[in-house]
Write a protein that binds this ligand. Structure first.
Ligand code: PLP
Length: 393
């Protein structure tokens, strides 16, 4: 086992596909497609053009692209919105002076991942007063506030998709498009449901990103960018290796229309977000399998593991969430008896036991630990159930 050779312990991931836990478990077919891809060299732009076709088919977008994560896709997507197809601007980033370089963002949607947008040289203009979160009221940002904040410096509206997000995306794209401003949607973790592959594009998003390493089950270091052909072209040009001679360079026209360029851009700001042929092939394989499995079968697979864990904890306070809704990821919520062990202490016992089990402590303030089935391997649900039962006894 490679990890034993490195002196690194493996863990049972009952938290879900978190980067700090190395993501999830790829299916054998995905891993073997990556191994096979590693044994031949290809023209990487041709492979990205094939990815573009497949991602377009899966999302309903005009074009698509693969980079090293959803976050990487946000960075190159933001860059594309600032530079357009101008090689000089591409070369200057992250210095975005003299370009449209602001994005309007709802204040309640600010999060750790918006670093990716700022890293490209974009400045975030926050709008809205999220007093529904403060407990003081019911409102959040409204479409007219986004409209008010757009100026001649606005390169994009940045929208983070979630069931809680306000205002609705369709209202945001309507006000943005009325001013000719593109909308970038961070939908990194918005799968399942599978319908979300198409939903944001159909609601008017100009670019949308998804993580390859979350529910899609692709390589941990992969992400999808899907959207308008010209913006995907601008993103590709800032990501690809462009150490080329202009007269010898024949990029695939479906991805890069050379006739629209005044010259070959230099290596761009996205060069640090590279995806290898193995990641691209692995992601496309995973995307195919994700669509082939479908929400109902996936939900049934995850729910079966949740029921095994809940059954092992019979007699304790345990609750399976998302049993009925096939669009959701079901989970197990366990409320330990506070007189015996706190949620945080229970998480620690599991995390530092043998084998180590990572669970989700996000519910600790309401007294629960959460078990997420997405990254469990066959046989692990039984172990998780037994170990939690033992820790609670
Ligand atoms: C996970 C996540 C990301 C980052 O995705 P990576 O594929 O790990 O780069 C970005 N935004 C949101 C909202 C996420 O949940």
């Amino acid at each position: 086992m490679v990890y034993a050779g490195l002196g690194v312990r493996t863990l049972i991931n009952a938290k879900g596909p978190a980067t700090r836990l190395s993501g999830g478990i790829m299916r054998a077919e995905v891993a073997s497609a990556m191994a096979e891809a590693s044994q031949s060299c290809v023209d990487i732009a041709e492979l990205q053009a094939a990815a573009s076709r497949i991602i377009a088919g899966a999302t309903g977008a005009e074009a698509g692209y693969v980079a090293s994560g959803a976050s990487a896709c946000l960075l190159i997507g933001a860059a594309a919105c600032m530079t357009g197809l101008d090689p000089g601007r591409m070369a200057r980033l992250p210095d975005s002076q003299g370009m449209k370089n602001e994005c309007v963002m709802v204040r309640s949607q600010r999060n750790f991942y918006d670093h990716a947008i700022r890293a490209a040289g974009m400045k975030i203009i926050e709008v809205g007063l999220p007093d529904r979160y403060a407990g003081a009221g019911v409102r959040d940002a409204e479409a007219w506030e986004i409209d008010d904040a757009m100026t001649e410096r606005t390169a994009a509206v940045f929208y983070v998709a979630d069931s809680q997000s306000r205002p609705p995306l369709a209202e945001v794209t309507a006000v943005a498009h009325a001013r000719g401003v593109p909308v970038i949607v961070d939908a990194a973790a918005q799968l399942p449901p599978q319908a979300n592959l198409r939903r944001f594009i159909s609601e008017g998003a100009d670019l949308v990103v998804f993580s390859g390493g979350k529910a899609l089950g692709g390589p941990q270091a992969s992400g999808i960018l899907a959207g308008r052909r010209d913006l995907v072209m601008a993103a590709a040009l800032q990501h690809l290796d462009l150490d080329v001679f202009w007269d010898m360079w024949e990029p695939p026209p479906s991805l890069i229309d050379k006739t629209r360029l005044k010259g070959a851009p230099q290596h761009g700001i996205g060069r640090s977000c590279k995806a290898g042929k193995e990641e691209i092939v692995g992601l496309l394989t995973a995307l195919h399998m994700f669509i082939a499995e479908g929400d109902a079968a996936r939900h049934a697979r995850w729910l079966a593991d949740c029921e095994i864990i809940a059954a092992a904890l019979n007699g304790h306070q345990v609750w399976v969430t998302g049993r009925e809704d096939k669009a959701q990821v079901p989970s197990v919520e366990i409320t330990p008896d506070p007189a015996r062990i706190t949620p945080a202490a229970l998480c620690r016992v599991l995390q530092y036991g043998d084998p180590a089990i990572a669970v989700d402590p996000a519910g600790r303030d309401r007294g629960v630990i959460i078990v997420n089935p997405m990254c469990l391997k066959p046989g692990e649900a039984e172990i998780v159930g037994q170990r939690i039962a033992h820790a609670l006894a």
